[in-house]
Design a binder for this molecule. Structure first.
Ligand code: NAD
Length: 491
């Protein structure tokens, strides 16, 4: 086992980014390394006045940014991608420490190509204009006869508040601000309180890339006042939110009176369907990512396994065996697979979730005991013989917890997969992709992967039901951050 000590200065002075200025907040709060409980840094704790200043700055910057040609806006995103490609590797220690991700995940999926590519993709200007075939019109009270032409174009929405969760702080923010900025919006970023320091580094890179003051603003805060100010301000025209479904629902309700536009990327309880001819070992490899990939703190994880009864015993016994092989521990050690959860609160919530499953009658085949480690760990956990009514099947744990239940045929598998308030990302493992596709088309889920868990980065991403509203990624990201405008004329 090799562990390299992180290079972090816990006394570094961090600043908000408002109107192009580095602004000192009145207070700070501690950001804690969940593996060691040591302080990683002191994040600025923005006030309501800071939030109002950021809203004013974003509105002041909007007219000239909106009028900047898309090619020039995109060129700045390209410059930002270059700056990030140069410097973001040096943030790996910081981002690893504040998120608790294993070093490998921090380097490759919190940062690295995954992060930079989100900006690079939107550095290509795209013409979203659509012409509509001309239409003859008869003379009427509205005007003379002729041929009406129309073109459909896209306008920016305005100031967008980007509110993000803790699991992949930089990638989540990049996925919002890159398309929003390309479309001519100005943004206010409010990252999750647990791990905001990498986002403040991103702010430094935005300034270095030459974005005009006020186009990108960053507010970090520990409490609810700052996000509450953002989502209720008439100066914010859109809230792009990624996080839990209850918070998303509260933001949606809050914005009704002002018709605030929303993009909601919310919770998930990924169904993993195995048919009677599925490759169990391939499915187990995929399911084990719930444990190994950022300790299950992934909205898309295949946490809800629905396996044909003829393969069920083989599946759960293989999963049980694999769970015991995964090293839980120091996320900086190169043999660690399962690191800590982000906080004591999250650890306690996952423990209560597992106990609830056991109390409801699920069979605990792996996990259930707190690892003897200094941070906030939960061991890989497997709850078998679950039923669709159990809380552990209906709700997300956001931790390394897999629930499994048997089915007796494709129709029942589809019914069980759809018996959920969520519909974000689902998976079908079948003997061939043609059969898997037939099942996928019956599953109410924004994304379905067949015999694989690999997503396509440019495919639209988002959820059915309580998993959200709207889609981002690819060209859908540009559409999400724009209003449709139709222009017509008589010829
Ligand atoms: P969370 O909902 O607790 O917090 C998300 C963000 O919302 C944070 O920045 C938080 O400060 C802010 N917030 C909290 N209360 C608010 C309020 N009343 N008004 C406005 N903002 C408020 O989520 P979390 O614990 O950080 O992240 C885990 C959740 O995120 C899980 O449910 C997970 O499924 C979801 N998630 C979804 C996706 C997706 O793309 N669909 C991706 C990652 C995470």
């Amino acid at each position: 086992m090799t562990t390299i000590a992180p290079q972090i200065d816990p006394d570094e002075a961090w600043r908000l980014l408002i109107g192009g200025e580095q602004v000192e907040a009145a207070g700070t709060y501690e950001v804690v390394n969940p593996a060691t409980t040591e302080v990683v840094g002191h994040a600025p704790d923005a006030s309501v006045a800071d939030a109002e200043a950021a809203i004013a700055a974003a509105n002041a910057a909007l007219p000239s940014w909106r009028d900047t040609p898309m090619a020039d806006r995109c060129a700045l995103l390209g410059r930002l991608a270059d700056v990030l490609a140069e410097r973001s590797d040096t943030w790996a220690d910081l981002v690893q420490a504040e998120t608790g991700a294993t070093l490998r995940i921090a380097q490759t999926l919190q940062l690295g190509h995954t992060f930079v590519e989100r900006f690079r993709y939107y550095s290509q200007p795209r013409d979203l204009t659509v012409g509509i075939p001309p239409q003859p019109v008869a003379a009427s009270a509205l005007g003379s006869a002729g041929v009406v032409g129309a073109v459909v174009d896209r306008q920016p929405v305005g100031v967008v508040a980007c509110i993000t969760p803790y699991n992949f702080p930089l990638v989540n923010v990049a996925g919002k601000i890159a398309p929003a900025l390309a479309m001519g919006n100005t943004v206010i970023i409010k990252p999750a309180p647990q791990d905001p320091l990498g986002i403040l580094r991103l702010g430094e890179a935005v300034t270095a890339a030459g974005f005009p003051p006020g186009v990108v603003n960053i507010l970090t805060s520990a409490g609810p006042d700052v996000p509450a100010t953002l989502v209720s301000s008439p100066g914010v025209k859109m809230v792009s939110f990624t996080g839990s479904s209850p918070v998303g629902a509260a933001i949606y309700a809050n914005g009704a009176a002002t018709m605030t536009r929303v993009l909601m990327e919310l919770g998930g309880k990924g169904a993993m369907v195995l048919t009677d001819d599925a490759d169990v070992n391939a499915a187990v490899q995929a399911i084990a990512t719930v444990w190994g990939f950022h300790s299950g703190q992934i909205c898309t994880a295949p946490t809800r396994v629905i396996c044909h009864r003829s393969l069920y015993d083989q599946l759960v016994s293989t999963l049980e065996a694999v769970s015991g092989m995964l090293t839980v521990g120091d996320p900086r050690a190169d043999d660690t697979v399962v690191g800590p959860l982000v906080s004591e609160r999250q650890r306690d919530s996952v423990e209560a979730f597992v106990q609830g499953g056991v109390d409801a009658g699920a069979t605990l085949l792996a996990g259930g005991e707190r690892p003897d480690l200094p941070g906030y760990y939960v061991a890989p956990t497997l709850l078998a013989d679950c039923t669709a009514d159990m809380h552990c099947v209906r709700e997300e744990a956001f931790g390394p917890v897999v629930v499994a239940m048997p089915h007796d045929g494709d129709d029942e598998a589809v019914a069980l997969a759809n018996d959920s308030d969520y519909g974000l990302f689902s998976y079908v493992y079948a003997g061939d992709n043609a059969r898997a596709l037939r099942i996928a088309r019956r599953i109410q889920s924004g994304n379905v992967a067949l015999n694989s868990i690999q997503p396509h980065n440019e495919a639209p991403f988002g959820g059915f039901k309580m998993s959200g509203i709207g889609r981002d990624r690819g060209v859908w990201g540009l559409e999400a951050y724009s209003e449709v405008q139709a222009v017509s004329w008589l010829a």
